[in-house]
Design a protein around this ligand. Structure first.
Ligand SMILES: Cc1cc2nc3c(=O)[nH]c(=O)nc-3n(C[C@H](O)[C@H](O)[C@H](O)COP(=O)(O)O)c2cc1C
Length: 429
């Protein structure tokens, strides 16, 4: 798996020390980080701090004879997947906007084709200054993204906008951007990235997540079956993300076209009835149930014992009977604090169907997606979904199934926080 490489530029502002925390979170997320500092930044934080934590030379001045790479600004700028500036001074923003390349960091900006994300921090008057705002507009027009500063008490004791955004929010935006970029530039090639900041916190250690995955197969005879296009990619992505965030994970998997992940308890169940039985056996022990499998609604009423022959038969009719509704049954049996979550893969009126599913089956959350949308649905590595809870509706753009998995898990964590009665008990309760 590929490690993504972030070029972290640190400039001479009072918030420079926060770049250390940003760097640590990015490393935790699975990124490689190389640091470049302006000369003024070194007045606030020593390059040694970054060198020790990244195990890489920190470039301040590419004219420095001690610099191991004689054309560092070119090599550095071409190796990175993202150039991130934390904090960005009014000065560096002005230099980027005007194409000035009089030090290592500004030369790197000009020499790089990687996406650029800038987190400014400065005194409110500097931030509101027409020149600064003009430079920012110019950079936005050039395709540069910003993590805007927030309002608060500033280092200069004034109150106003100019404070560096919270480091977790900065890293969260970096990860979202990297996810979108990897889909675009690397054709969805798998990376070792953990795509949510909360995913870095082992925030699911109290959860035992039971999840159904894949498409069921309903036998017609010993050779044929009725099934669907489910690959299992979405469900497995949730399983991997939950495991990485510390949850105990049990997967009940029907037919899947991808390999199941390591580190989870795996139960194979091919038909809807087998899946129903396996889930009912396990569900009492789970704190969260996620129905991500595409379960057949109907199965043949009579399964032939021997292969049905075609000789002398022009056509056959299959009588179908309803399969047991796993999600409804889990919801009916739910115990206090247990969450029940479903997916709604639809082709029309997606949100309406999802809302009615949530109400009818008494669910805590539904992940709705239009499987006809480009980049969404079965067998793709990406999805476009809306997460619905009883409190809110969050429409998400195109993202990897892995990133969506983390968004779903973030929402579980939010639900636990917003309703203490929902607090997870131990997975063994
Ligand atoms: C104590 C101190 C704090 C500063 N904090 C900031 C700041 O938060 N934001 C900013 O844009 N400039 C700040 N400056 C001014 C910059 O350091 C100055 O504009 C410098 O030229 C920036 O250089 P650089 O962009 O190459 O790092 C500060 C200066 C001092 C002396």
């Amino acid at each position: 798996m590929t490690k993504l490489h972030i070029g972290l530029g640190v400039t001479g502002g009072i918030a420079a020390y926060k770049a250390i925390e940003v760097m640590r979170l990015l490393q935790k997320a699975g990124c490689e980080v190389s640091v470049a500092m302006t000369r003024h930044a070194t007045e606030f934080v020593r390059p040694l701090t970054f060198r020790a934590l990244t195990d890489r030379h920190v470039i301040v001045d590419d004219y420095d004879p001690a610099n191991p790479d004689p054309i560092a600004h070119i090599n550095f700028s071409q190796e990175i997947d993202l150039l991130l500036i934390v904090p960005a001074t009014a000065n560096i923003i002005s230099k980027f906007a005007n194409g000035i390349a009089d030090d290592f960091l500004s030369s790197t900006y000009l020499a790089s084709t990687a996406p650029v994300l800038i987190a400014p921090a400065m005194n409110v008057t500097m931030w509101e200054q027409a020149a600064t705002q003009r430079n920012i507009e110019r950079l936005r027009a050039d395709g540069v993204r910003f993590v805007d500063p927030v309002a608060g008490e500033l280092a200069c004791k004034t109150v106003g906008t100019g404070k560096l955004e919270d480091v977790e929010n900065i890293v969260s935006q970096v990860l979202n951007l990297l996810d979108a970029e990897t889909q675009r530039r690397r054709g969805g090639r798998e990376t070792s990235l953990r795509l949510s900041v909360s995913a870095l916190k082992d925030d699911l250690t109290k959860e035992h997540i039971l999840i159904t995955v894949g498409g069921t197969r309903e036998a017609i005879d010993p050779v044929r079956f009725i099934s669907n296009h489910s690959s299992g990619k979405m469900g497995f992505a949730v399983a991997v993300a939950a495991r990485e965030r510390g949850a105990r994970v049990t997967v009940v998997a029907a037919s899947t076209s991808v390999e199941p992940p390591d580190g989870v308890e795996l139960i194979r169940s091919i038909s809807a009835q087998e899946m129903f039985d396996a889930v009912m056996e396990k569900v009492a022990d789970a704190t969260v149930f996620i129905g991500a499998a595409a379960v057949a609604d109907y199965s043949p009423a009579n399964v032939a014992d021997a292969k049905i022959k075609k000789e002398g038969i022009d056509g056959i009719s299959l009588e179908l009977k309803k399969t047991p509704d796993i999600l409804s049954e889990v919801s009916k049996r739910r115990r206090e604090g247990q969450m029940v979550i479903g997916f709604a893969a639809e082709t029309n009126d997606v949100i309406e169907f999802a809302k009615s599913k949530m109400a009818k089956k008494n669910l805590d959350m539904v992940i709705a997606n239009d499987i006809t949308a480009k980049g969404a649905g079965f067998n793709t590595d990406t999805n476009i979904a809306t997460i619905l809870t009883r409190q809110r509706e969050t429409a998400l753009g195109l993202m990897s199934k892995r990133a969506l998995a983390d968004k779903i898990l973030d929402e579980i964590v939010n639900l636990r926080k917003s309703n203490p009665a929902n607090a997870a008990r131990s997975g063994n309760s």
